[in-house]
Design a protein around this ligand. Sequence first.
Ligand code: FES
Length: 535
Amino acid sequence: MTGTGHASLRIDTDAGSILCDPWVNPAYFASWFPFPDNSLLDWEALGDCDYLYVSHLHRDHFDAEHLKRFVSKKATVLLPEFPTSEMRDELEALGFTKFLETKSDHVHELDGGLKIMIQALTSPTDGPIGDSSLWVEHNGIRVLNQNDARPTDLTTYAALGQVHVHLLQFSGAIWYPMVYDLPQAAKTAFGKQKRDRQFDRTFRYIDDLKASHVVPIAGPPCFLDDELWQFNDIFGDEGNIFPDQWVFQQEYAKHGGTNSTVLLPGSVMTVTPDSVSTVHPTDVEEFFAHKREHLEEMRSRKRPIIEAAKASWRHPEVDVLKEMKRRIEPLLDESVYLAKGVGGPVRFDLVGYDGTSVESIVVDFPGKQVRQYADEKVRYRFRTERALIEHLLFIEEVDWVNSLFLSCRFTATRIGQYNEFVYSFFKCLSEERLQYAEGWFAEQKPDAEDIKLGDWIVQRRCPHLKADLTRFGIVDGNTLTCQLHGWKFDLPSGRCLTSVGHELRSRPAAASGSADGASGSADGASVDGAPAELS
Ligand code: FES
């Protein structure tokens, strides 16, 4: 296996090669770059592969420009079973013609005895309508590229035999809490809580699968634009949500982990049934010891790319209010669950080219309208450059999460809790996506099974995305935390403390008399009622 940066790797076997998630060009309005830099790898050679696997359509996994230029069109695409055809459509538009449409959780045998299985996650909050993991087996050696997917458990993979290498995400990939207008102390506290939770979740997955070896992948990105430079984890800020692979190694060692390896771009890991050996292009510890210098060097080298991107965003001819009305109002009309879930107006403050003038537009979910702001209370308020919205409208972007929000080029305030429906709606600005998301929410049924956690009887599956709370639930006093995404629930009332809706069925165990299922641990020290954002 060759590390090729961020979530990308190339797996070579006697029965063929698989290139996964090659990402080189900056993503999300030139905010995210792969770190360490992978742009100088021999991509002509790496792209000459038998199979291509793209886990999902987030732009740090799906780099259209790079796929078009460097990846062989003779490669067979291993397609996750997603609910919409977007990924296939996008890849066909880039020139790919050979597709293997996999069935989720089904082992496919390819030529030469190469076996693969792709598990597709398909809730509207998984990636941009879908995320996935790839399991590969050849000659009795098994690799799980979990990537940044969050399956509720890993039992399907464990049942297929001992996994030799488990690659998974461990760092942040979201805008929270940095973009929120919060006092610095609160930002630090929330960031620290999130950073700890990311590690906890990673350790939980590692402990569940018990693979022989672990490789931290899929981030973090680096931020090379001066406006975003502060997001890099080089300032000793314990609230920074982007710890790097080397920090992971140290945290994992504190957790007792001794079997992890960091892959730099160009590192080659050779895996046999009983051993793993890795050759790196440079000393890894030394490399991360000079992280700031590497970032500074990249910053000056990539500056022209950022400047060129910025110059392409302005489209003064776009009438933003009129276009937002045209694009969004028909979707508001059709939206039942998402509109109800948002439940209030969402305001966009657009800062003009002069850096001072501001136009305020409201997406009024209850009123099913897009209009000028009318001095009202709003649920969410976003402030960003007008040029970014012009660009989104100009290119008819259907997913503002996979563009604007992940760019971190905005600030936000909100009244009340985090509301996942806001972001779900703005990633569904197409008929196909909106219909899928609405249908998904319509089909959600309450979970019937109960378990005992600490002194409480609660429903077994998390009301958020159905994680098994016997594994992910932690009770601390009157609060239950689900570690999969860190959502919290008030046990006496069942109220979700993290997002609107999502009530938990709960009652005290003593009063109920029944005590089946698992018992919980009480080690989840965290801030009750803290807002949280999906990552
Ligand atoms: S499944 Fe997301 S917090 Fe439980």
